[in-house]
Design a protein around this ligand. Structure first.
Ligand code: AGP
Length: 608
């Protein structure tokens, strides 16, 4: 996510802003910039790259400032570049923004028709132009901001400078976090608490729909609709987090924070296209090919490969065309056959995985249309593919992928229903029904997160396990693979995912007294078969842990039950994967493993 900082008060070094941005670096970013008053006007410095790249272009020694704002950008619209970095200016208004303005295309067109000229490809740049338009109509700055943000759709946290009121910072929050800091020498703004801790522990978490006006002597708080003053007292809290804990927003590890961010990541990914799947097919450049589209071929690695396997079930169900799924490191060397009418999809959180990039290049060289499901704007995969379907999970810091996985499933679900409608395989009622189930997913996932205490109890019994089997059928088979991967890479316990129906073809020889077997046992037409598999394991002394949405059906068969909410049979992975992520997390913590940086692993495998 982007990071915002701001300061207004007695003279302080410009370094205060830069250091604040550095404390937000964990949020992930690809550009950085600052804007500050220097007594004879506003100065703006911004650059792609890291904070030390920004440091290199700043005045040295650092000047003293009394007011300024800073930003670290996580690109969502427009690749990392100087022109796309924040702050963005129009007229006398300078803005930094965290979030996504969903209606920026329409706003940009209207503003341009009225003479506004844009220099960036960002959604953000419409904001200073909107405010300037209202200022030019004679509105005071606060009313101009109020009218401008009323036109925005989407999420935004804003810090705004106006050269007509050079001693104030204006902060607005709607859907993206913004925290105010009350200090002895001045007042602060930040996207997150860590940037404030060196200066103050007295903070105000700005609410959605609120505007704060910060100056050296205090903070005015206002509601925006209607525009009205609000009392600040009663909203000030004292934060006692350590800087490290603050970076994880109170969670012990980034991975746990990211597991809990999954409902939001899925909601953000769906929101972009769920009401306009036609435009998704157009935007991906598939619309022209839909008629000739005969098959899809997916290549990915690790967790992203497992997402591809789930995607196969979804797309074959909704679109009725064959979907091949390969591990990218295998695909690239198998002299693959890509028949005419094949669309090639890579799935990659980082967009930098060497094997996945090689597979994408191989497919492109063989004439296939390529597109990528990717979480990082401007990454190599997103630049080299013919088109991109972005997941909106935000930066994933934990090496073990969690929120990216479910965001990938959301993207693949969107693709499936969009193509299903386009190819006439999904009726209007089927489409609308699926859409309703998709929109329910964040709530379903929040419920699945409530299994944490039950999962923690099961985890305590697995700490000394020598091996763990994960079994599932149908769309739950890839979830079994993903659950086993999480357990392996986090707790270093050998774990293996298998199709439940495959047990009798060999793996059942592994079952002996006490061997733990995790079953994905949701009611999806295959659960009676799963019940038989459970009996086979029990008969040989195995210990059965069932993740199910039908406790009554499994209560007297399983040794442990983890109950998840029901959803559409094609969408159960959104619910069943969460307890498996939590299980691996808790076993790893109980074993004292390094959860965020497991041994031998890298977040992005950029070499073969
Ligand atoms: C997942 O927990 C692993 N860290 C790893 O398997 C990862 O999914 C794989 O390396 C692919 O990464 P990508 O999605 O960035 O391409």
């Amino acid at each position: 996510m982007c990071g915002i900082v701001g300061y207004v008060g007695r003279p302080e070094s410009l370094q205060l802003l830069v250091d604040g941005l550095a404390r937000l670096a964990y949020r992930g970013y690809d550009s950085a910039g600052v804007a500050f008053q220097n007594g004879h006007g506003l100065e703006v410095y911004k650059t792609p790259g890291k904070i030390n790249d920004l440091q290199k272009i700043l005045p040295a020694p650092a000047p003293s400032i009394t007011i300024g704002i800073g930003h670290t950008r996580w690109a969502t619209h427009g690749a990392p570049s100087t022109v796309n970095a924040h702050p963005h200016r129009a007229g006398a208004v300078t803005v930094v923004h965290n979030g996504i303005i969903e209606n920026h295309h329409a706003l940009r067109e209207t503003l341009a028709e009225n003479g506004a000229s844009f220099s960036s490809q960002t959604d953000t740049e419409v904001i200073p132009h909107l405010i300037t338009r209202y200022l030019r109509q004679g509105l005071p700055i606060v009313e101009a901001i109020q009218r401008a943000v009323a036109e925005l759709r989407g999420s935004y946290a804003l810090a705004i400078l106006h050269e007509g009121t050079p001693d104030r910072i204006f902060a607005v929050r709607n859907g993206s976090p913004l925290v105010l800091g009350i200090g002895d020498r001045g007042h602060y703004i930040a996207s997150d608490v860590p940037a404030l801790l060196p200066h103050t522990r007295k903070v105000v978490f700005l609410d959605d729909g609120h505007l704060a006006v910060l100056h050296g002597d205090g903070i005015e708080l206002k509601s925006l609709e209607p525009l009205a003053d609000l009392p600040l007292s009663g909203r000030v809290v004292s934060v006692d987090w350590s800087p490290s804990l603050a970076e994880k927003q109170g969670y012990d590890h980034f991975m746990l924070k990211e597991i809990h961010e999954q409902p939001q990541g899925v909601a953000n990914t769906l929101r972009e296209w769920i009401d306009d799947t036609d435009r998704l097919v157009e935007d991906l450049g598939i619309a022209a090919r839909v008629r000739d589209l005969r098959r899809l071929h997916i290549a990915a690695c690790g967790t992203s490969y497992h997402a591809g396997l789930v995607g196969r079930y979804l797309i074959e169900k909704f679109v009725r065309i064959p979907v091949a799924v390969d591990i990218a490191s295998e695909f690239r060397y198998m002299s693959p056959v890509l028949p005419k009418g094949t669309a090639f999809i890579t799935i990659t959180q980082s967009g930098e995985t060497a094997d996945t990039l090689a597979a994408q290049r191989e497919a492109k060289a063989r004439g296939a249309a390529t597109f990528t499901v990717c979480n990082v704007v401007g990454s190599t995969s997103s630049r080299e593919a013919d088109s991109v379907l972005y997941t909106r999970a935000g930066p994933e810091i934990g090496v073990a992928s969690t929120k990216a996985f479910t965001a990938q499933l959301a993207a693949l679900s969107l693709l499936g229903i969009a193509l299903g409608v386009k190819k006439g395989k999904l009726s209007e009622i089927e489409f609308l029904t699926l859409k309703l189930f998709l929109l329910e997913l964040p709530r379903i996932m929040e419920q699945a997160l409530q299994t944490d205490s039950a999962v923690r109890a099961v985890a305590a019994t697995l700490v000394d396990a020598k091996t763990i089997l994960y079994l599932g059928r149908g769309i739950n088979y890839p979830v079994a693979l993903e659950g086993a991967l999480k357990m392996k890479e986090l707790s270093y316990i050998h774990a293996e995912g298998y199709p439940a129906g495959e047990m009798k073809h060999g793996p059942i020889a592994l079952i002996e007294e006490g061997v733990p077997v995790v079953f994905l046992a949701t009611v999806d037409g295959l659960h009676t078969k799963v019940l038989s598999n459970i009996e086979e394991v029990k008969a040989r002394g195995g210990r059965v842990i069932a993740v199910t949405d039908a406790p009554a059906a499994f209560r007297d068969r399983a040794d442990e039950l983890i109950v998840v909410p029901s959803t559409h049979p094609a969408l159960v992975p959104f619910a069943t994967v969460i307890p498996l992520q939590l299980l691996a997390y808790h076993v790893a913590v109980m074993k004292g493993c390094d959860v965020d940086q497991p041994r031998n692993l890298a977040k992005s495998v950029t070499v073969e």
